[in-house]
Write a protein of this length. Structure first.
Length: 61
């Protein structure tokens, strides 16, 4: 494996404001926690009876 390089005629994005050196290809490919949030709800482990839905009406006609 070797360091990724931009295609011919293209360049890497500009260095972010305040950064001392440009980001590497590894830095650019890493996703932020905001882009891939962790699941914050528990999955159901058993099936449960659904409550009655007042909006689940048969079609008119």
């Amino acid at each position: 494996m070797r360091e990724l390089e931009p295609p011919e005629g293209k360049s890497l994005p500009p260095t972010p404001y305040g950064a001392t050196e440009p980001p590497t290809s590894h830095d650019l490919l890493r996703t932020s926690p905001q882009a891939v949030p962790e699941r914050s709800v528990e999955l159901r482990s058993e099936s449960e009876e659904r409550e009655d839905d007042p909006f689940d009406l048969p079609p008119e006609g």
